[in-house]
Design a binder for this molecule. Sequence first.
Ligand code: PRP
Ligand code: ZN
Ligand code: MG
Length: 226
Amino acid sequence: GGATRDRLRIAIQKSGRLSEPARGLLASCGLSWRESRDKLFCYGETLPVDLLLVRDDDIPGLLADGVCDYGIVGRNVLDEVGADRALKGLPQVSKAVRGLGFGGCRLDIAIPESAEWTGPAQLQGSRIATSYPGLLQQWLDANGVEATIVNLSGSVEIAPRLGQADVICDLVSSGATLTANQLKPAVTLMTSEAVLAGPVTPLSDVRGDLASLLLRRLDGVLRLRD
Ligand code: PRP
Ligand code: ZN
Ligand code: MG
């Protein structure tokens, strides 16, 4: 955990699918900011709540290190870090405190368009490319399948064509990326959406009061959006 601070710090995605909706949601909670020149830090004006603009995949680590107190991130990214910590026997430090109703997607295993899906057993002995090795390993274990996980941080969908893997396990939103790579969804490991991620243990200093205030406002905003 980090040192005590008197301002709350929230990490959001700098650019990408969750970026604008995350900022919009926080603005709806009455927050406003002054941007720094590098546009990576936004100083909270209406409340002592600052934003850090980062890569979404870095958000769980920033929370674990106590650099940020809350983050808006896909449940898939948060759960992947959780799965990895569980596999390593480490305690959980962050959890999803609210589902935010945007950024919906699925974590799917996808196979070549020409292939037929007969069930998890057909993956026995195969090579599966993914950026989600923890969640994939948990699912393989649950289904009694032994496979080789090929860990890639991006461009997972091209791995079968390059001969790096037989199938993939990646996020599917519209499905356009799969289609463009002659792949089709076979099975869903999890559905995901953007969540507000926060500490498992409540913050004890003034940040705890700020977080309570923010959550009350957030609940009001989410109720109106339903
Ligand atoms: C995700 C995922 C796929 C793509 C699928 O990446 O990794 O590449 O979206 O979307 P589609 O089904 O609409 O084509 P994304 O750009 O969201 O994030 P990333 O850069 O963090 O992987
Ligand atoms: Zn990402
Ligand atoms: Mg991607």
